[in-house]
Design a protein around this ligand. Structure first.
Ligand SMILES: Cc1cc2nc3c(=O)[nH]c(=O)nc-3n(C[C@H](O)[C@H](O)[C@H](O)COP(=O)(O)O)c2cc1C
Length: 174
């Protein structure tokens, strides 16, 4: 049985080095389409996006995070925001934003592109809104750096499953 979703989940790595090859508008729209098909509480779809391929804007955003080198070198950036006026429950809306972002990362993986979820820049999220000319009602959730991976040497680790399953109530006896 082919398992494209499971393979994308396990095969996805944070990509922090990119080639100079551009990311097209059609590619970005496909990625955002994957994002907006995430589930959200009451289907309120609170996510909003800013697509950035302008080097001057990227340079100014790069100054807002210690991961500026990644921001500067990525051919495309996607700012993911919650529209606070569309929100109905802080926990559930933030969960929806996470689902949206992961959908985009998996789509990016399937497309043969690469990305990293940048969260450290949230420390300067108000400045990010200023740079992007955005009203404060839009609350930055993440900046995704997107491009063609320069290499595929990334490795990542997870602790064993048993570390995470607290109990298996009613499961078969082994
Ligand atoms: C909420 C969140 C914030 C993150 N922020 C950053 C960041 O600011 N800079 C960075 O290089 N990676 C960032 N990452 C990526 C993680 O470092 C990465 O997902 C983790 O090390 C596991 O590696 P993997 O994505 O290749 O499995 C962030 C990931 C998440 C989920």
């Amino acid at each position: 049985m082919e398992e494209p979703v499971f393979n994308a989940i396990l095969g996805r790595r944070s990509i922090r080095e990119f080639t100079d090859q551009p990311v097209t508008t059609a590619q970005l729209h496909k990625i955002v389409t994957a994002g907006i098909w995430a589930p959200s509480g009451l289907n309120n779809q609170p996510w909003r996006f800013v697509l950035i391929r302008d080097k001057d804007t990227a340079g100014r955003l790069a100054e807002q995070t210690r991961y500026g080198r990644i921001v500067e070198s990525a051919p495309a950036l996607i700012g993911v925001f919650l529209d606070t006026e569309a929100m109905y429950d802080p926990v559930k809306d933030h969960q929806a934003a996470g689902a949206c972002i992961q959908n985009m990362l998996l789509c990016i993986t399937e497309m043969g592109l690469g990305a990293v979820w940048l969260g450290q820049i949230l420390q300067n999220k108000h400045r990010v809104n200023e740079i992007l000319g955005l009203d404060p009602r839009y609350d930055l959730m993440a900046l995704l750096a997107v491009g063609h991976p320069a290499h595929r040497n990334q490795r990542s680790r997870r602790r064993p499953l048993a570390d995470f399953i607290l109990n298996d109530i009613g499961g078969e006896k082994t």
